[in-house]
Write a protein of this length. Structure first.
Length: 150
């Protein structure tokens, strides 16, 4: 029997602590379907990096904003995550980014987040629609990564 997709959408303040708590909660929820710890760790890292980008770059320092994380589980196949904000956004959207994303110079104080994310996923795109900026990633997973009930 083919499993139906499972979808979750979460939203929190664009603040480091709030985003970290949300990401930890999402990984805990997803662990009911994905059984390989390394994949859960990769999901944690990529969501943390994506949220950090939104917290740091999306909104002006004294402005309140939010970060939305949508997770779609395709049991036996893939995980699709969309991390969104309604802040400044990228200058050139939509961007369909092909691997590899170049690593920033060693002396740079930031700029490694997208590089890290691109190395953890199979598909990577940055989209903008109706003032909503979205980083959408797909991780293809074999059937061995899923819980038996997935």
């Amino acid at each position: 029997m083919k499993q139906q997709p499972v979808k979750f959408t979460f939203c929190t303040r664009a603040e480091a602590q709030a985003c970290r708590a949300l990401v930890k909660g999402i990984v805990q929820v997803v662990s009911q379907w994905i059984v390989r710890q390394q994949l859960l760790d990769d999901l944690d890292l990529l969501l943390t990096e994506a949220c950090a980008n939104a917290v740091r770059h999306a909104y002006p320092p004294d402005s309140l904003g939010c970060v939305e994380i949508a997770v779609k589980l395709l049991p036996g196949k893939a995980v699709v995550c969309s991390i969104s904000d309604w802040g400044e956004g990228f200058r050139q959207c939509p961007l369909d980014l092909q691997k590899p994303i170049p690593l920033c110079p060693p002396e740079a104080e930031s700029g490694r987040g997208l590089y890290i994310i691109s190395n953890l996923v199979d598909k990577f795109a940055i989209l903008q629609k109706d003032n909503k900026n979205t980083l959408r990633v797909t991780i293809n997973l074999g059937s061995e990564a899923w819980a038996a009930s997935a």
